[in-house]
Ligand binder design. Structure first.
Ligand SMILES: [Zn+2]
Length: 172
């Protein structure tokens, strides 16, 4: 899957980044921003750390994606050439700007009051996860006002639709 051109491309790009100072590698290392994925910092001689996730394209433009758009691919490529890719996500951006996850809410769940079976859960920031903002309390699965609760407005949640799918199958 990984060819020589890709290896060469990665080595040239990553070696051009400044190596972070051991005392504070994340704030001193050279940064590389990968459109639609996030921001990497060179935190050691052969180490990159993902510090921001950018979700703007995860939700919209799926067709224009290439292998280079995927964090998993970057991690595999790095392993292949003896580099390490770490994850220490501190910031996240979606198409409407930066968002954070309130630490004291992690693990909280809410069930759609329209009883479609959808569960919203507050999860920590991580790559590869799709976060959804509960605008106007609308349930993204059934489309009804199922999350109309002031504590849940404007929070980015992970939507678990398995229950809703099971219910749908039952009805058919
Ligand atoms: Zn619902």
């Amino acid at each position: 899957m990984i060819n020589e051109d890709e290896v060469e491309w990665a080595l040239r790009l990553w070696n051009s980044l400044i190596v972070g100072d051991a005392n504070d590698p994340i704030n001193t290392g050279g940064t590389w921003e990968l459109d639609g994925v996030g921001k990497y910092v060179r935190t050691a001689l052969k180490e990159l750390t993902l510090t921001e996730i950018h979700l703007d394209r995860h939700t919209s433009n799926e067709s224009g994606r290439s292998l280079f758009d995927e964090h998993d691919f970057i991690a595999t490529l790095a392993r292949e050439i003896g580099w390490v890719v770490k994850t220490e996500v501190r910031k996240a951006f979606s198409h409407d700007g930066e968002f954070t996850i309130p630490q004291d809410r992690i693990g909280d769940v809410m069930i759609c009051s329209n009883k479609c079976g959808t569960i919203a859960r507050v999860e920590p920031l991580d790559q590869g996860v799709i976060y959804y903002k509960l605008d106007d309390g609308l349930c993204p699965i059934c489309g009804e006002v199922g999350f109309d609760n002031k504590d849940w407005r404007d929070i980015h949640v992970v939507i678990d639709s398995r229950g809703a799918l099971l219910k749908k199958q039952e009805e058919e």
